[in-house]
Structure formats: structure tokens, C-alpha cells
Design a protein around this ligand. Structure first.
Ligand code: SF4
Length: 719
């Protein structure tokens, strides 16, 4: 058997070997130690092998694969944008296989494991949907083709690691089963009977059950079942180095990077290369991971737990309870003060999710005061002797108190943090005095030098990194993402950029409609809401349903949705509220429905086919000013420069992500309608907006929209 990249290779090294065998009977002779021969192989694979499996060769996909292979070989940082339809996933998977199973870089980077393989390649994604597609579709498909072509001897393998809350915790499962009612117990029992660890594998589990039995933040080595329970055994199995791919999310990858940077124990096995897919979301994950976070609820729960302990005889129960109570009330005082200081214009604005705050003056004093008592708790907790009933909870709370103390230290140590408050997801709690606790119960602080931290912990490392996404650039430049992520510090010779357009025929299949009749966006102006409603209804009519109306504000969505509903259109109408998904499923099944949405529909949701043929973008998606953008603004002396370099590029990236929801395959056709006068003929952003879309038909006439639909859709579409 002739083998290119797996196991032992007969006639190996400098003897060219045929690697493509029947059924095509075409053979490619390559020298597996030569870079250029691997490049030839890539092209051959996409042009010849893949066609036998129903794939059409796409030149941009081949180019992308070649560039990624070169970047992996050179240990570069690769910033790639591949528009929908390019086939980016296979374009990075195949070069990754060559690096992982091949010998091109032997001795250059990566160590060989005892089984003869090199270290795995990590693929980090933002969404579970993509992780699932990699594990169940892309990797098995590539493995099958490579196996059938006798290119590898053993199938490709991949370990999937989701966030810990997706797995069952045996300790919590057992406790839950003791108190659950019979139907709940029956549903959950299947987990044990079938030895399932991933909660998503059991469809019968409700969110309530999942929340009651999943691995939570208290899982650590102190647990008596550590190393024996299903979750930790699962971790042991996926942490073996023998997999070709470790498929994880951005946050886990960053957590691993941060631990390695501080000589902590890594979370995933050593790897030789990283692919960061959905890279446009990497900045959000980085902010999330590098943030310090203080949660009022967590402090209150810890204080309540401490207050409930029954201490062993001779312990100072009263003093401990008093201390815990003091920590609780001081934290409430701090949050109440911060809540009261939130600027008035941010309160009641439904588009604001982060609320400006500062740790200075009285807030700083309250924080330091709280820290003093938490310090005492940290000293006292390990020495407390509790009765056996409370032993496990005692360990858990001790760790929580230490974490709270670490966060407070971080707040006090780093003066260079941008602070903000966020809504707590839990109901507000009553204080002992009967005063309602603040609604904004999460205080976060993000290092202002995030870019430098990412550079130091990540980009400066020697292994190759591939960042890829459908939308990364704005106005043809990657400057915006580079600046935000610290990639601008990577030496130019190590940083590779590429952008691949979509192979889809947009000129034929897409029309861009830009309204000339809507007033300047103002959700408080009834005339504006009326104009949006009326134009939306006419466009829905032209598209015969099949429409998603995309808002940047839930409030505006609600107003327009209510009006449209009153008018009783002959199409099923759905509204996707914050955090919900049911309306999306109903819309997909409806055939010709209309979906009102905001937030999540802007990206990462796949709706191929005719059901989504009209995408109405009500307002250009400029980001709502928040504490982070307010701070960013201070780095620019000129506001126009800030708008040009930050505000507009961010809006354009989001606009392109929204557009990406419409055309998901080469058979899709439809209309994007923009109802924002700033994109109109006299609008200040028309040039930039038009340049953000691929070349396609442009109109401001709804008659033309109707005509277009009659031309591109079959008669069945209108029934
Ligand atoms: S080790 Fe973690 S996951 Fe396992 S039983 Fe204990 S707490 Fe649960």
C-alpha cells in the first residue's frame, strides 16, 4: 500500500511515490519531503479527488489551501477572510492533516509522539454548531476520502471539548436524583444507563435538568470523585495526545494559553498549530477571558453558605457569621453605589448592555473596605472545622472566597482597567434590611492593554496560527482587527493576509435595495417607526413572505412587529426575542414566514434555501457606545479619525455578516433591503456601504424588487 501521510511509508523520502490509486487510476508522484510537492498534492486533491465525491473544484479554495499550507510551514500568523462558498473549512483541514500526519516539518516544529504521530492541530471555534459540523461532517468526510484514496492508513481522529457546563457532573447528578420527581428522574436516568457524559446527546433533558446536573464552577481537585467521575474520565481520554485534531472553543483555547503563560497546568495537550475559525468573534472571547469579574450574587451566596455552617465544638461560630454578613453587606453597598452612579442616559436604553462605571473616590474606598474583610475570610476559612455534613461545601466556599479575593486584588493592582457593570441573569435579591439589591450585579474590568497581552501570550509564540472567517476586513483592510487584537505587533514578515471572494454569482442572484423614503433613524419618532413599518410590509409583499427583518434594537423590533401584526399580513409572523430559538425553528419550517429578529441573527445562523429570500436591514449596525468604545475613543485625538478607523469598519463588518445570512449556497437568490437613509443616495455612508457588498443589482424601487423575484424564483415560490 502506498501511503503519503500516515504511518510508515515504503520507498519513502527522496523516491517519488504514486499516491493516488484506483478508482481514478490517475497518480500523482510526489516526494514527501518537498514543500512544492505537497503544494502539487493539494491542487491535485481538490481538482481530481474531490470531484469524485460531488465537489466542484473552486480555484479560490485551492489558493486558500495552498496559502494556509505555506503559512503552517513557515510558522506564520495567517489572517484569512474567505467569503461564503469558498470552502474554507476543507481549505484549512487538508493542510492541517498534511502537517499533522506528514513529514514536511519533521524536526522543524512539533514533537513526534510515541505512536509516530506529530502533535495535534487545535481548531478553535466560536459556535457549537461549527464544532458539531467539524466532528460529524467535515473531518469524517475528509477522512473517508483520504482513506479511500489510500492516502492515509488510519482514519482521522478528533477530540471535541465543549465548555464544562455541557457535561454531566456525577456529584450533582446524584444529589439531583435524590430530590427530583419521577418524570424528571426517568428522563435523567438515561444518562447513567447509557453512560452519557455530553448532555446534548440526550434530547429529553430540559434546561432545568441540565442546570441541575451539569459541571459547574465548583468542580476541582478537592472533589472526592475527581479522576473517577464520568467528566474527569472523559477529560483524561480527550487529553491523550493521539488525536489529529482537538476541536475546542475560543474561550477554552484562551484559558489554556493564559495558563501556559503563567506556568500553569495546560488544559489541552501540546499542539503544533492552531486554526482559529470564526475569528471575527475572537476579540469578544479575548475580552471575556482577560476580564476580571466580580459578581454580587456569588458573594452573597458564599456569605449565606458560611452563615449556614454548623461548626465543630470550640469554633467561633458567632464571629464567623458576623464576618460573612459584613462581607455581604459591604459588597451590596459597593454595588448600590456603582448602580446609582450609572449615567442617566444609559438607564432604560435597551441597546445598552454594558453600563459605564469607575472605581475611584468613594467606590475605591468601598472596594478597599470590602477587600479587608474578604482578606480576613481568606485567612480564616481553611482553618475552620465544620461538621461532616458541611465538609464539601466548606471546601467549595473556601475556593470561592479566594477567587473573590483574587478579583478584588486584580481590581486594586491594575489601575489600567476599563470598568463596566452588567445585568445579573438572576432575579434581584432582597437584602436583610429589605432593600432591593442592585440589578446591575456584575462588575467587570478589562485590561486596557489587551492587545499587548494577546501578543505576549499568543502571537509571539513560535507555532503557526491560522485565523479565518467569512468577514474580517473592512473597506479591504485588516487594520481594524489587527489593532484590536495586538496582531499589529506581529512582525510584517510573519503576518500573512488574504481575502477570497465568494464564487457565487451575486450579479445574477442578488439585488440590493436601498430605501430613499425613510427619515433619519430615531426609535422615539413615531413617523420613523411608521415609515419603517410601511416599507417593511411592502417589501414583505414583494418577496411573498420569506423575509427576515433585522434590527439593531429590541425596542424598535417590538414596535414595528406590533404594527405589522395588527395589519394581518397573509404570512406567518415570528419574533425572535433575546435568548430564544423557538421562533427561528418555526420560521424555518413555515415555508414563507416572516421573522423579526435582532442580536443573534446578525451572524452564525444558517438559513439556506428559499425560506430566507428577503433580508431587511432596518438600520446600519453601528455599535452602541459603551464603556469599551468610550475608552477606545480616548486613544484618538481626532473624532473623525476614530469614526473612520473604528466605528465605520465595525459597522461594515457587521453589515457583511448580516448580508451573509441571505446567500448560503450557489442556488440561493434574494434581496437585501437597507432602510437607513445614511445608505441612500444623499447618505453619508453610501459609498462605504455599497463597497461592502459584492457587485450586484442595486435599486431603490420596490417594483424592481417584485420584478426581480419573478425572474429568479420559480412559480412554486409564489404559491
Ligand atoms: S470532579 Fe467535578 S465533575 Fe466530577 S463529580 Fe466532582 S465536581 Fe463533578
Amino acid at each position: 500500500m502506498i501511503n503519503l501521510v500516515g504511518g510508515r511509508i515504503s520507498g519513502y523520502r527522496h523516491t517519488p511515490v504514486p499516491i493516488i490509486v484506483p478508482p481514478t487510476r490517475e497518480a500523482l508522484f510526489i516526494d514527501t519531503s518537498k514543500f512544492n510537492d505537497y503544494m502539487r498534492f493539494l491542487r491535485f486533491f481538490f481538482e481530481k479527488d474531490m470531484t469524485g465525491y460531488g465537489f466542484t473544484p473552486r480555484e479560490k479554495q485551492i489558493e486558500l489551501a495552498e496559502e494556509i499550507f505555506a503559512a503552517l510551514n513557515d510558522r506564520s500568523v495567517f489572517l484569512g477572510e474567505a467569503a461564503v462558498g469558498t470552502g474554507k473549512t476543507l481549505a484549512y483541514l487538508l493542510p492541517s492533516v498534511l502537517i499533522r500526519r506528514g513529514r514536511i516539518n519533521e524536526g522543524k516544529f512539533g514533537v513526534r509522539l510515541p505512536d509516530g504521530h506529530q502533535m495535534p492541530v487545535v481548531i478553535a471555534t466560536a459556535s457549537i454548531a461549527l464544532q458539531k459540523a467539524l466532528i460529524t461532517d467535515y473531518i469524517p468526510l475528509l477522512s473517508k476520502i483520504l482513506m479511500e484514496r489510500k492516502i492515509i492508513k488510519k482514519p482521522l481522529t478528533a477530540a471535541l471539548r465543549k465548555g464544562k457546563s455541557h457535561y454531566v457532573c456525577d456529584r450533582r447528578f446524584n444529589a439531583f436524583m435524590k430530590t427530583a420527581n419521577m418524570p424528571t428522574r426517568t428522563a435523567a436516568a438515561a444518562l447513567r444507563n447509557r453512560n452519557i457524559v455530553d448532555l446534548s446527546e440526550l434530547k429529553e433533558l430540559t434546561p432545568y435538568i441540565k442546570r441541575g446536573i451539569n459541571v459547574d464552577e465548583h468542580c476541582n481537585r478537592d472533589c472526592t470523585q475527581y479522576g473517577y467521575c464520568r467528566y474527569t474520565r472523559f477529560l483524561q481520554s480527550v487529553n491523550k495526545g493521539g488525536y489529529d485534531f482537538q476541536v475546542i472553543n475560543h474561550n477554552l483555547f484562551l484559558a489554556d494559553i493564559m495558563l501556559r503563560a503563567h506556568n500553569g497546568k495546560p488544559l489541552i495537550p501540546d499542539y503544533q498549530a492552531v486554526v482559529i475559525d470564526e475569528a471575527h468573534k475572537f476579540i469578544d472571547a479575548s475580552r471575556d477571558m482577560y476580564c476580571s469579574r466580580l459578581t454580587l450574587d456569588e458573594i452573597s451566596n458564599a456569605a449565606r453558605d458560611i452563615g449556614s455552617f454548623t461548626l465543630a465544638p470550640g469554633q467561633k461560630t458567632f464571629e464567623l457569621r458576623r464576618l460573612a454578613k459584613r462581607v455581604d453587606s459591604k459588597s451590596r453597598l459597593l454595588f448600590q453605589f456603582l448602580n446609582q452612579a450609572v449615567p442617566d442616559d444609559e438607564i432604560g436604553n435597551d441597546e445598552v448592555e454594558r453600563y459605564t462605571t469607575k472605581i475611584s473616590g468613594r467606590a475605591d474606598k468601598l472596594l478597599r473596605d470590602l477587600k479587608k474583610d474578604v482578606d480576613v475570610l481568606v485567612d480564616v476559612m481553611p482553618g475552620i472545622a465544620v461538621t461532616s455534613k458541611f465538609k464539601e461545601r466548606h471546601k467549595r466556599v473556601t475556593r470561592t472566597v479566594t477567587d473573590i479575593d483574587d478579583t478584588l486584588s486584580a481590581f486594586m493592582r491594575h489601575r489600567d482597567l476599563v470598568y463596566w457593570l452588567e445585568n445579573t441573569e438572576i432575579p434581584v435579591l432582597d437584602t436583610p434590611a429589605g432593600v432591593r439589591a442592585p440589578a446591575l450585579g456584575i462588575l467587570q474590568g478589562m485590561p486596557k492593554n489587551l492587545g499587548s497581552l494577546l501578543y505576549k501570550d499568543l502571537w509571539a509564540k513560535e507555532f503557526p496560527m491560522i485565523l479565518i472567517s467569512g468577514t474580517l476586513s473592512a473597506a479591504g483592510s485588516f487594520e481594524h482587527i489587527q489593532k484590536k487584537t495586538g496582531l499589529d505587533m506581529v512582525p510584517a514578515k510573519r503576518l500573512v493576509e488574504t481575502s477570497k471572494p465568494s464564487p457565487f454569482d451575486y450579479r445574477k442572484n442578488v439585488m440590493l435595495y436601498v430605501s430613499e423614503d425613510i427619515p433619519f433613524p430615531d426609535n422615539t419618532d413615531p413617523a420613523y417607526i411608521d415609515a419603517v413599518t410601511s416599507e417593511t410590509e411592502r417589501l414583505i409583499g414583494a418577496a411573498n413572505g420569506h423575509t427576515a427583518v433585522l434590527f439593531t434594537s429590541y425596542k424598535a423590533m417590538e414596535l414595528v412587529h406590533e404594527r405589522v401584526k395588527e395589519h394581518d399580513l397573509p404570512f406567518p409572523i415570528f419574533r425572535l426575542d433575546r435568548g430564544g430559538t423557538a421562533a427561528l425553528d418555526q420560521f424555518k419550517k413555515s415555508g414563507n414566514g416572516v421573522l423579526f429578529a435582532s442580536g443573534q441573527l446578525w451572524e452564525g445562523i444558517d438559513i439556506p434555501g428559499d425560506i430566507l429570500s428577503m433580508l431587511i436591514i432596518v438600520r446600519l449596525p453601528f455599535a452602541v457606545p459603551d464603556p469599551l468604545s468610550n475608552w477606545e475613543k480616548t486613544m484618538y485625538t481626532d473624532i473623525d479619525e476614530y469614526i473612520e478607523k473604528v466605528i465605520v469598519p465595525e459597522m461594515l463588518v457587521k453589515l457583511r455578516q448580516g448580508f451573509g445570512r441571505l446567500i448560503r449556497s450557489e442556488w440561493d437568490s434574494g434581496v437585501v433591503a437597507i432602510l437607513d437613509c445614511r445608505a441612500g443616495k444623499r447618505g453619508s455612508y453610501r459609498k462605504e456601504v455599497l463597497a461592502a457588498f459584492p457587485p450586484c443589482l442595486i435599486t431603490s424601487s420596490i417594483k424592481m424588487v417584485s420584478k426581480f423575484f419573478r425572474k429568479v424564483k420559480s412559480a412554486v415560490y409564489f404559491t
